[in-house]
Design a protein around this ligand. Sequence first.
Ligand SMILES: Cc1cc2nc3c(=O)[nH]c(=O)nc-3n(C[C@H](O)[C@H](O)[C@H](O)COP(=O)(O)OP(=O)(O)OC[C@H]3O[C@@H](n4cnc5c(N)ncnc54)[C@H](O)[C@@H]3O)c2cc1C
Length: 470
Amino acid sequence: MKTVIHWFRRDLRVSDNVALIAAAKRAETVIPLFIFEDAFRTGPDVGAARLAFLLQSVESLRKNLAELGHTLVIRCGKSEEVLPAFAKETGAQCVFANKRYEPYTQRRDERITGALLKNSVGFELFKDAVVWEETEILNLSGKPYTVFTPYSKAWKAKPVPPPRAKFPVRSPQSVIADLKSDALPLSPAEVGYPLTQKIPAGGERAALELLRKFMAGPVYSYTTSRNFPALDGGSNLSPHLRAGTIGIRTILAELQKAKEKAVGAEASKSCETFLNELIWREFYAQVLHNFPHVTKGAFRPEYDKLKWSDNQDHFVAWCEGKTGYPIVDAAMRCLNATGNMHNRLRMIVAMFLTKDLLINWQLGERYFMKQLVDGDMAANNGGWQWSAGTGTDAAPYFRIFNPVSQAEKFDAGGKFVRQWIPELKDFPDDLIQQPWENPLLLSKSKYPQRIVLHEEQRVKCLAMFKAVKG
Ligand SMILES: Cc1cc2nc3c(=O)[nH]c(=O)nc-3n(C[C@H](O)[C@H](O)[C@H](O)COP(=O)(O)OP(=O)(O)OC[C@H]3O[C@@H](n4cnc5c(N)ncnc54)[C@H](O)[C@@H]3O)c2cc1C
């Protein structure tokens, strides 16, 4: 082909990018395009942290492309309208992009196919964000898996593809027209989302640096350290996997190298545990595609009949980190301040909202999407439905975390809690996770009383679930 537009979406990188390298191989001229969608300003789930990370990552992509002699064109608007017009302006024969898996983006891509086709322009989508997509791992009856363990076994039985080559330097014979770019907002505040959170650096270099650091050491103790919020035991790659500033094949190739160098059972096991987490990501991506009803309700429809509480004061206390349960409050304050929350804490606060406050998981899911830098429809929905007991996999409704025993197990002495709740600074280590045990000290501090009693709420929760299970 003479000219192909590569439309960057959740793949903001020049290396290990399937559609981009395919465009370089098949077209004389590749025009890199990023569309700042209208939906980024108006969508119900848009959040300042994710938007800021996106803007940083697009800027980094622009620089990386410039180093290779390419100019990233920016256009603002609705992709369904921008793409046909841009294809006409550039005379491109085809638009290449990497596939997305959210139901609304798939419907949009169908509309784009139609709109481009009217002008005889092609639209090719490539598998890039995941190693194996929705129809590639099926059970013996040809159906999608709804339980993780057999899915992960089937996933591991398949060969992992290597990373794709880097996008090459622009060839001298490729013709570039003088294409104007629209200005990107300088900050999320410019489009109505003031950033109050301190977020990590976006962009491909930042992602590769995180990967390098993680594989140089932390990966070998991941099985244990990943559970403790006060330790930085995870890779912190989730915002990058979400924005596509790193390719999944690159991570897997580095993991394979780390595995080969692992010394001792703990180190090898940790590499395997990390692989499992990456597979969880793909598991939830295929759940979202194969069971799109999860975006609107419970994976198991009988749970749509649950009679959730509509106590708005409780919901606000949860959002603001004022429930009186230190581990829950510290986690929520951390989320509000950084756009991030440790995985263990996500499970604790999600269980607390649904099983202690008896509030619908969908409110929590929505709140997370607004706050998280890594907010991803598939992983977030999967995590919420797992915690609420309404989803795929074995998280039965009667498995209810006790927030105090979770805190004592994973934050003994309250190192994490102390970072986020200065009101509790005078409490000794053995009481920091249950300050109500010293009513005098609690009344002197400005920290709130518990808004509910866990043991009472547990009984109510079991009754609520039993009522719909019959
Ligand atoms: C209620 C709830 C909501 C969540 N919402 C999101 C979300 O919006 N976006 C998101 O990326 N993850 C989400 N997770 C999963 C998990 O908490 C984060 O992926 C993890 O905390 C990110 O930190 P990390 O990059 O250091 O992960 P690591 O521990 O280093 O794991 C490596 C990668 O594996 C993937 N991963 C790890 N755990 C999971 C999981 N349980 N499900 C799916 N993918 C996983 C992520 O891409 C992660 O970056 C959620 C979990 C729960 C319980």
